[in-house]
Ligand binder design. Structure first.
Ligand SMILES: Cc1cc2nc3c(=O)[nH]c(=O)nc-3n(C[C@H](O)[C@H](O)[C@H](O)COP(=O)(O)O)c2cc1C
Length: 221
């Protein structure tokens, strides 16, 4: 049975949503998968910054314009600060096998810490931008800052658009007969505690991978 959800139930109290990272109750009702990546850059003291990121989308428009729209960037975070200062960053895509180390970037988030190295990952120089990138990530997308906008007036986070200027990708991942982009070794998705809005029951899924479906006949009429 389909149901309507327009009024927040008490299951989702404001303190809990705040503690989860300034979330909306709709985040948990919908629990929509979103690509996971780590944004890396230099902090003003020359230390590596690494920020786990999701809620983003990627769009090509014309042969040489590929843009990333990060839908939720905390105005008070190091990543936003670093991006405003340097105008560049790298988006690093981890596979499941290194996600435990990626999560450690959250605990190593202090200003005077090299966050990539402290999390057991390896920092390497990006090719086209002055930012560190993560060697163990199979895909590194190097970007320049394009524009920003408040998510809504007075919002705590910004929408940030980035122009892609270089891609570094592991050949075993762009060969679907080897590790591939999909399946257990490919793109990783954030799935945030899917919650039953009637009972409040949570499913403790925090990440997932994409299982490709069988081909669908492309009959549009
Ligand atoms: C899987 C995952 C995805 C995240 N996505 C975002 C996001 O899209 N936007 C955001 O502001 N914080 C996000 N966070 C929280 C930040 O990664 C976290 O607050 C981080 O420590 C901030 O780093 P910074 O101070 O270097 O900006 C996410 C956390 C996780 C675990």
């Amino acid at each position: 049975m389909k149901k309507e959800f327009s009024t927040r139930s008490e299951i989702f109290n404001e303190q809990y949503l705040e503690a989860c990272g300034n979330m909306s109750w709709y985040d948990f009702v919908i629990a929509m998968p979103s690509l996971v990546f780590i944004v890396t850059g230099w902090k003003s003291n020359g230390k590596e910054n690494a920020c786990l990121q999701s809620w983003s989308t990627f769009a090509g428009s014309g042969a040489d314009n590929f843009t990333c729209i990060m839908g939720k960037v905390d105005k008070n975070g190091h990543m936003y600060q670093s991006l405003k200062e340097t105008k560049v960053c790298v988006l690093n895509f981890p596979s499941y096998d290194i996600y435990d180390r990626c999560i450690k970037t959250i605990g190593n988030n202090q200003f005077d810490v090299d966050e990539i190295t402290a999390s057991g990952l390896t920092s390497e120089k990006a090719l086209k931008v002055d930012a560190p990138r993560i060697k163990e990530c199979y895909l590194n997308i190097e970007c320049e800052f394009l524009w920003e906008h408040e998510l809504f007036e007075g919002s705590r986070e910004m929408v940030v658009a980035l122009k892609v200027v270089n891609i570094c990708m592991d050949s075993d991942h762009y060969d679907q007969n080897k590790l591939g982009r999909y399946g257990k070794t490919g793109f990783l998705y954030q799935v945030d505690q899917p919650t039953n809005p009637d009972t409040g029951e949570k499913t403790t899924i925090i990440a997932g991978t994409l299982e490709p479906s069988d081909p669908i006949p492309w009959n549009t009429k």
